[in-house]
Ligand binder design. Structure first.
Ligand code: FES
Length: 98
């Protein structure tokens, strides 16, 4: 199974994800918080944009328009990495535990 590095911009927050775990879940497992709500590709709360690399949606009809897909927008709750990825995710932050 391939493991890919994902970098969230502009903060350059990095983590790793395999090709089967959603990007959102992999981020959370690495202690990174991203906006989310439905977690099934409907609400668009988690929307972010691919700056480089390849991602693939796990569902056939994520809540994105054709133009949004063409422009690189993805829903990381239902998408996986297929290569090293750089994502524009300005609201991402590392969760700090006391
Ligand atoms: S959390 Fe709702 S579309 Fe991703």
């Amino acid at each position: 199974m391939s493991v890919h590095t994902i970098v969230l911009l502009p903060g350059a927050i990095g983590f790793e994800a395999d090709g089967q775990t959603s990007i959102l879940h992999a981020a959370e497992s690495a202690g990174i918080e991203l906006p989310s709500s439905c977690r099934n590709g409907t609400c668009r709360t988690c929307i972010c944009r691919v700056r480089s690399g390849e991602a693939r949606h796990l569902i056939e009809w994520p809540s994105l328009s054709f133009d949004e897909k063409r422009e690189g927008w993805i829903l990381p709750c239902v998408a996986v990495a297929e290569s090293r990825l750089e994502l524009e995710a300005p609201l991402a932050r590392r969760v700090v535990f006391d």
